[in-house]
Design a protein around this ligand. Structure first.
Ligand code: SF4
Ligand code: SF4
Length: 112
């Protein structure tokens, strides 16, 4: 595996529980100081729309500090956020392969 622009992360935030495990795993792996994040969990809601429906979701967003876990990937391991997400929200792979799985509105693909 490699992270040279052909590879990226697929994030299906429909299933994100907001547990922050990916955030903590990333900060620990990269020994990031307080305030820095390689991936950050944003939250929308709970709030009621004018039509009576509700918005309540968590959105994991890789930041400019994400290096797609270069060292782990070079050693044949998965990025630590992918490894620690028990909800299976994230996948790592070739962009072409990830794009084939991206046919729903809650899926985002990230690369560098
Ligand atoms: S791929 Fe690695 S560096 Fe990027 S968000 Fe995930 S854990 Fe952090
Ligand atoms: S992406 Fe996974 S590990 Fe990260 S907050 Fe969502 S459910 Fe938790």
């Amino acid at each position: 595996m490699a992270s040279n622009g052909e590879y990226g992360l697929l994030i299906d935030f429909e299933f994100c529980s907001g547990c922050h495990a990916c955030e903590v795993a990333c900060k620990t792996e990269h020994r990031m100081p307080e305030g820095d994040f390689g991936i950050h969990i944003l939250q929308d809601g709970p709030r009621k729309n004018s039509n009576g429906t509700w918005e309540y979701l968590y959105l994991p967003v890789p930041t400019s500090l994400c290096d797609l876990c270069e060292e782990r990937v070079a050693a044949g391991k998965l990025p630590t956020c992918v490894h620690h997400c028990q909800a299976g929200v994230m996948a790592y792979g070739r962009l072409a392969d990830l794009a084939a799985k991206a046919g729903k509105p809650t899926v985002a693909i990230f690369s560098r």
